[in-house]
Ligand binder design. Structure first.
Ligand SMILES: [Zn+2]
Length: 255
């Protein structure tokens, strides 16, 4: 009886030890996984931090990030342009652009947007553009409606120089497409709001001075007048099919 009793005790003890070991192993596993996840999160954040140098017309970028190919209410102007690495920006600019589209999703459901050229991952000269060199410039194609008033994408492909060869008339019509000024004004307002919420700014918006007046006929006129600096003189290329936005991001001065 005594022998069996001892054997029983030993068995119980070893079962308890095994259980303890299992719990310990699980704990270590969780801790290890946690550390691993933490390590990769920190690495991802570090990898996503861009540094810009100089100015938009004479600068460069380190750690540029691509704009997403598409979202619920927006698309890139071209898969070719994207694959050629022409849609990179400073990570802060990417965050502002994406958040502005998310805001428009709620404010203007059903309205679709298209962004165009931005810059290379390491910035620098970006032909044929004169700026777009340090990740702070983004071109947006004008949002348009078709003859039924439905929000559609302006066609952008190799045969119209990815949209840049399109010419709108003096009121903003091109074939069956008309510029959707309220949608465009709402977009600029959202970009400004998202920049301001991050203590950043929009330095300027370049858009054909003759077409600009239509933006001030929208419900956003007052906000635009108070917060946005528009180009006043015609620039080297007519900005009628797209508007160019320069974000004010703190950059290192040396190149
Ligand atoms: Zn531009």
């Amino acid at each position: 009886m005594r022998v069996r009793h001892f054997a029983c005790l030993r068995k119980r003890r070893s079962r308890r030890q095994a259980r303890l070991l299992r719990v310990l192993a699980r704990l270590l596993m969780r801790l290890g996984l946690g550390l691993l996840v933490m390590f990769f999160s920190v690495a991802a954040i570090a990898a996503e931090t861009s540094v810009c140098y100089g100015t938009a017309s004479d600068g460069r970028l380190e750690g540029g990030v691509p704009l997403p190919q598409e979202g619920v209410n927006f698309v890139s102007y071209s898969m070719i342009g994207r694959l050629a690495g022409r849609t990179y920006v400073h990570n802060k600019v990417r965050d502002i652009v994406v958040a502005a589209y998310a805001g428009l999703e709620k404010e203007k459901p059903g309205v679709v947007y298209k962004y165009a050229e931005t810059g290379f991952s390491d910035g620098g000269p970006f032909k044929p553009h004169k700026t777009h060199q340090n990740g702070s410039s983004v071109d947006f194609m004008v949002p348009v409606v078709d003859q039924n008033g439905t929000s559609v994408h302006l066609p952008t492909h190799i045969f119209n120089k990815f949209g840049y060869a399109i010419e709108f008339d003096s009121v903003g019509s091109y074939g069956e497409y008309n510029i959707d000024y309220p949608a465009m004004a709402a977009h600029i307002v959202q970009l400004h709001r998202e920049a301001a919420s991050r203590d950043l700014h929009l330095w300027r918006v370049i858009f054909d001075p003759k077409l600009q007046k239509h933006l001030f006929e929208t419900e956003y006129a007052e906000y635009l007048r108070a917060n946005i600096k528009f180009s006043e003189k015609p620039s080297w290329v007519r900005h009628d099919e797209h508007y160019h936005v320069d974000f004010s991001i703190p950059c290192a001065s040396e190149r």
